[in-house]
Design a protein around this ligand. Sequence first.
Ligand code: COS
Length: 385
Amino acid sequence: MDYFLTEEQLMIRDTARQIADEKIAPVRTELDEKEEFPWDIIKVLAQSDLFRIFIPEEYGGLGMGSFELVIAVEELSRACLGVSTTYAANALGTYPILLYGSEGQKKKYLPNIASGERLVAFALTEPNAGSDAAGIQTTAKLEGSEYVLNGTKQWITNGGEAEIYTVIAMTDKNKGARGASAFIVEKGTPGFSFGKKENKMGIRASSTRELIFQDCRIPKENIIAKEGMGFIVAMKTLDNSRTGVGAQGVGVAQGAFEAAVNFARERHQFGHPIIGFQAVQHMLADMAAQIEAARALIYSVAKYIDSGAKDISKESAIAKVFATDVAMKVTVDAVQVMGGSGYMKEYPVEKMMRDAKILQIYEGTNQIQRNVIGQALIKETAKKK
Ligand code: COS
């Protein structure tokens, strides 16, 4: 399908595609096996200006939006979801500053994020608060000119590697969701350390780590928006970021599909390439149709976000749930088309299948996405009555 990309958008796609093919694909197996953070690739992405895409021009960015970002995420994901997770989670961590940061915070942090010099991580999840985001227990107490943070964040993507952390903590535990606030915490702040590094099923090139705050003092200017806004900051951040997870789904599905097609052309059984068999063709046809539908949806929702639409919760949840369910199905089917070979580590699809699973889990499980869609439908239909 031709999505009539502009010259600038084509340039972003081609740049990301070239990096994916030339720099990422050759090392993805090794990164996966060694569970190694892809610093060399991050440097290449930075040199190619890919971290600048969605940052406004006045802070050193390219001033583009979600649409251009999802194009880049899709291409990187075609080669390796571990690498693209690092890249996409950097955007996730940046959104609180971009959407709600003060002018001073934007001036201080965004230029270094745009240049790729400093990575960002978003810290919401805790051992006892995953889907129930309002149940977080990390506290931030104002003492004079500082907030004092205490608590543990779990499964934080880019944890340990990022320099900047956007952290959600409770400033008033009695107020539930309305008692949460968002903060910027820099690596190296006394009282802020890193705990367990996770050993994961997939996206092993990305870092997933525990963050520990023990009487960690940060200047009170590091609060994002104001006290009590933290839950909204987190929800709006996720609303903006979930389309990117969908784009990861489109990319990994496309990568698995291409591997399956190539294999099916070359693999001979019963005297013919297996792509000649209708059973295989039908699987490939379903994969192609699902990927294209997911891509069209992701691009539409990204454009909807860029139009300045205020309430994007339902649309981004629809994009995330659909494209990531497609990613899981397509990667599983790619393994099936390739049979025994698909199951072996010599081919990329076994990694893609392992990698794809996280997309249905992180940034809100696909069950939570369905709740978000359901709640929005209830609201919408009530309005119409
Ligand atoms: N945008 C703006 N405001 C929102 C919002 C959104 N997307 N979602 C919720 N809110 C507001 C609500 O309007 C409500 O405001 P009031 O207190 O003024 O009524 C408040 O936030 C609390 O909302 P709600 O009652 O719906 O919160 P719940 O505790 O029921 O949680 C879900 C809602 C389940 C949607 C939320 O907890 C969630 O998204 N969970 C998944 C978290 C997640 O994605 N984790 C992954 C880790 S981060 S990588």
